[in-house]
Design a protein around this ligand. Sequence first.
Ligand code: ATP
Length: 221
Amino acid sequence: MKKQFAVIGLGRFGGSICKELSRLGMEVMAIDHSPEKVDEFKDIVTHAVVANSTDEAALKNLGIRNFDHVIVAIGDDIQSSILTTLMLHELGVKHITVKAQNDYHEKVLEKIGAHEIVHPERDIGIRIAHHIVSKNVLDYLELSDEYSIVELIAGEKIHGKTLIDLDIRAKYGINIMAIKRKEEINVSPQAYEKICRGDILIVIGADRDIDRFEKQLLDEG
Ligand code: ATP
C-alpha cells in the first residue's frame, strides 16, 4: 500500500514538499486554513482540505492519526506550530516532522513529541556559505559536528590521476563514495579509475581532512 502523508501549512516549504511527494506517487493530504492556498493545491495532491490544525476536533475529523507521516510546515506562527505538534503527538501520529524557525522553537518541539525537526533556511544557508567560500565545493551535507559529505569539483591538479595515484584514503583519511561525470554516476569507484577535470567527487570524511584534500589537490589558484 502507498504511504500516506499529510502536510500542514502550504507556504513555500510545505508546498514544495506536497509537490515532490505527489510527483513521487505518494498519497498526500494538503491542509491549510487559507482557502486560497488549498485551492492552489487541489489539482496537485490527493486531497486538499481547509482546516485549522490547532483545532483538535478538525484534526480528528481528518483521521490524522491514520497517516503514516505528518509534516508540520507552519513557519511564522510558532504558537500554532507548537500546538499542532502537541495535538498530533497526543492523537498518536506515528511520525511527525516539524519545521523549526529557531533554536528555542526546536527545543520545545523536541520536548512535545516531534520525531524529526528540520531547519530548511538554516541548512540551505550553511550549504550556500560553503559553496561561496570555496569554488570547489558544490554541495555540503553535515553528518555531525565533525563529519560531512561534500561534492567537490576536480580541478587541473588531479586531471588524469587514478585513485591509487592520489592515495586519498591513506593520505587524507577520506573516502570518495562516487564520481559524477556529466549524467553518469560511478558509485564506489575502483582504485584504477581515472579522474578528469570537471568531475564531481562525492567525498565523505572529517571536515578538517576534506579541507586539507581540497586545499592541496583541488584548488587551481
Ligand atoms: P514558507 O517560508 O515555507 O513560505 P512561512 O515560514 O512563511 O513559510 P507561514 O506563511 O507562516 O510560513 O505558514 C505556512 C502556511 O501555514 C501558510 O499558508 C498558513 O496559511 C498556514 N498556517 C498557519 N497556521 C495554520 C494553522 N493553524 N492551520 C492551518 N494552516 C496554517
